[in-house]
Design a protein around this ligand. Structure first.
Ligand code: ADP
Ligand code: NI
Length: 214
């Protein structure tokens, strides 16, 4: 492993000390590994993929009063200190800026392959058993309800409504998680997503069976 990657791992681990369990170092580690796995079937710049995967949640706006530029600032400062080429820095910052699900309406059409790879990896970690675990953890962290029979999922929320949403954790499956499989960019990403998607459907079936005690 090259030095810059090793230094980045160290930097991210320190920065994310004490983070919510769904957005901690282990989320980053999974996204990094998934990104490398997907990258094997794609023609891409692996340094950009790895650095973007490692830095993509360095300052998630939801945990920083909505600040959407802090992650870019922190990443640029770090990468400059590591003497990374300006061209690579720009590519990494572009991925970090455009990876988020809530920004999907604003992203340019012709995406670089490195963004497609890391976005798929981040979305894969949002679904399946890990995705279920992360979502309930986040819901608990926000003190949201698990489920309420009268609160229906809200599709087509604007970016602002999505950010402010205090909906139930089960609704989050219908508002985001179940949509991700069809948003995959790469063939390998789609393959992994499909298995995890099916597992969420089984989970939801069982959840409602157990909720509706008869
Ligand atoms: P991104 O970081 O790609 O913009 P989100 O902010 O929607 O994506 O969320 C990342 C993860 O945080 C989700 O996959 C989910 O696990 C959790 N999460 C976000 N919003 C909610 C919510 N309203 N209820 C439960 N979990 C959520
Ligand atoms: Ni992430």
């Amino acid at each position: 492993m090259n030095n810059i990657i090793q230094n980045t791992i160290q930097f991210v681990k320190e920065k994310l000390e004490g983070a919510e369990a769904g957005h901690d170092w282990f989320h980053i580690e999974r996204v990094w590994k998934l990104s490398k796995k997907i990258a094997k079937s794609e023609n891409c710049n692996l340094e950009v993929v790895e650095l973007s995967a490692l830095l993509h949640d360095i300052a998630d706006p939801k945990f920083h009063n909505g600040n959407e530029t802090l992650a870019l600032k922190i990443s640029r400062e770090f990468l400059e200190k590591q003497n990374v080429d300006e061209e690579i820095i720009r590519k990494v910052l572009f991925v970090i800026q455009n990876i988020s699900f809530k920004n999907r309406g604003e992203v340019p059409q012709d995406l670089p392959i490195e963004l497609k790879i890391v976005q798929d990896a981040d979305r894969i970690d949002a679904i399946g058993a890990i995705g279920i675990g992360r979502t309930f953890n986040f819901g608990g962290f926000k003190n949201n309800l698990m489920y309420h029979p009268d609160l229906k999922p809200q599709l087509n929320m604007s970016k602002d409504e999505y950010k402010k949403s205090n909906g139930t954790t089960i609704n989050h499956f219908y508002e985001k998680l179940l949509l991700l499989k069809d948003l995959m960019n790469t063939v390998e990403g789609k393959k992994i997503a499909e298995e995890r998607h099916d597992f969420m459907l089984i989970f939801l079936d069982q959840f409602f069976k157990e909720w509706n005690v008869d």
